[in-house]
Write a protein that binds this ligand. Structure first.
Ligand code: AMP
Length: 391
């Protein structure tokens, strides 16, 4: 159970509520390209408005390096939110100082204000408490609904919670409940599927899951490092030589729990339409690279997924952006959608593969936070959550 207070536990009538949302959405020429994260924040926003609050939204967007940069303005997101909600949404050209204070002062119950990018201030990523205090001064209550940023202790995600009554929004609560349940009390067999480019990003996750899961299915570029650690020549495949020893340790520690691909799709170039070969895992010739898992791996992993009661998946099985090497990832997505298990997909690439294959409604929970969900799988407490009031 989620041990933190949520918006349900507080009275917000007539209050101004500062809500940290995750509006870090892709924007091209002023147009929001994917509104998943904006929509995901609506239940909390609408609930607060219904309960008679005025809502002040803040978020980071991209990496503006601590200074205003029009490329990363929040304005198009504010406009988009207005259209989505069918009501005026005000915008303040700074998240603190005069523009924010003036805009916040005029708010009435039912009003919505979006503040400019929190990362326009260098203090944000340093968890500068002065910046946090200035943000807190705009409101009476703080709500954190930005699961995607909860693994960062920044002024708007952690610092501000020190100056106001601080509770979780619905999205935060839902994310933590699904992921927390999977890790702490999963229905078994509990299977983790881990892919993506690098092992180094996921060492902590593999270690923690080796203690908790019944099987870990490895795919993607990170499998190459395990192959090399076992002594297989991997040609020109992506590899991390600096973690070979660690990979060997994980193999030894994992025993039969840690499953590696048994075959691979290889090619000389990472390009659409090039000649490919399917080879059993073993020597990959020089000049060739492993770019996807092969059909026998898909079949074997599919069986494990079909027999699982809980599955968490993070990271693609191959270079899925190139259709020639996307099969492994999409077949895993299909197997997951077809399985009766509780299925949880971590943000980023795996979530986008699920969306692209039109299988999203067959998945129990698709997380909005890649990094944050990985840290939960690693067993690390999220600072943005730890800072909230206990129930
Ligand atoms: P990550 O951000 O660590 O989850 O990695 C995602 C990236 O890993 C995607 O952009 C994939 O194209 C890439 N990837 C997956 N498999 C391979 C592979 N066999 N070789 C190179 N890159 C890969």
């Amino acid at each position: 159970m989620f041990a933190k207070k949520s918006v349900r536990d507080i009275d917000v009538k007539g209050k101004k509520v500062l809500v940290r949302v995750d509006f870090n959405v892709p924007i091209k020429e002023g147009v929001v390209q994917d509104d998943t994260r904006v929509r995901a924040a609506l239940p909390t926003i609408n609930y607060l408005l219904e309960k008679g609050a005025a809502v002040i939204l803040c978020s980071h967007l991209g990496r503006p390096k601590g200074t205003p940069d029009p490329k990363y303005t929040m304005k198009p997101v504010a406009e988009y939110l207005g259209k989505l909600m069918g009501k005026p949404v005000a915008f303040a050209e700074d998240c603190v100082g005069e523009p924010a204070e003036k805009a916040a002062a005029t708010l009435k119950p039912g009003d919505v204000l979006v503040l400019e990018n929190t990362r326009y201030h260098a203090g944000e990523e340093k968890n500068d408490l002065d910046l946090a205090k200035q943000m807190a001064s705009l409101a009476d209550v703080y709500v954190n609904d930005a699961f995607g940023s909860a693994h960062r202790a920044h002024s708007s995600t952690e610092g501000v919670a020190r100056f106001l009554p601080a509770v979780a929004g619905f999205l935060m609560e839902k994310e933590i409940e699904y992921l927390g349940q999977a890790i702490d009390d999963p229905k078994r067999p509990f299977v983790a599927i881990l892919g993506g480019a690098k092992v180094s990003d996921k060492i902590g996750v593999i270690k923690n899951l080796l203690a908790k899961a019944d099987a870990i299915l490895i795919g993607g570029g990170m499998a190459n490092t395990f192959f090399k650690a076992q002594g297989y020549p991997i040609g020109d495949s992506l590899v991390e030589d600096e973690v070979l020893d660690l990979a060997r340790e994980l193999i030894a520690q994992g025993g039969t729990k840690l499953r590696l691909p048994v075959d691979a799709v290889i090619a000389e170039k990472m390009e659409e339409g090039v000649e490919t070969k399917v080879v059993p895992v073993g020597p990959t010739p020089d000049g060739w690279r492993i770019l996807d898992v092969g059909p026998q791996t898909i079949e074997a992993y599919g069986k494990v997924i079909a027999g699982a009661a809980t599955v968490v998946w993070n990271g693609p099985m191959g270079v899925f952006e190139v259709p020639t090497f996307a099969k492994g990832t999409f077949e895993v997505a299909k197997a997951l959608a077809a399985s009766k298990c509780v299925s949880i997909v971590g943000g980023g690439d795996s979530a986008s593969a699920i969306q692209k294959s039109g299988l999203a409604d067959k998945i129990t929970h698709i997380s909005t936070g890649g990094g944050a969900s990985l840290e939960m799988l690693e067993g690390i407490a999220l600072p943005g959550v730890a800072a909230l009031q206990d129930k």
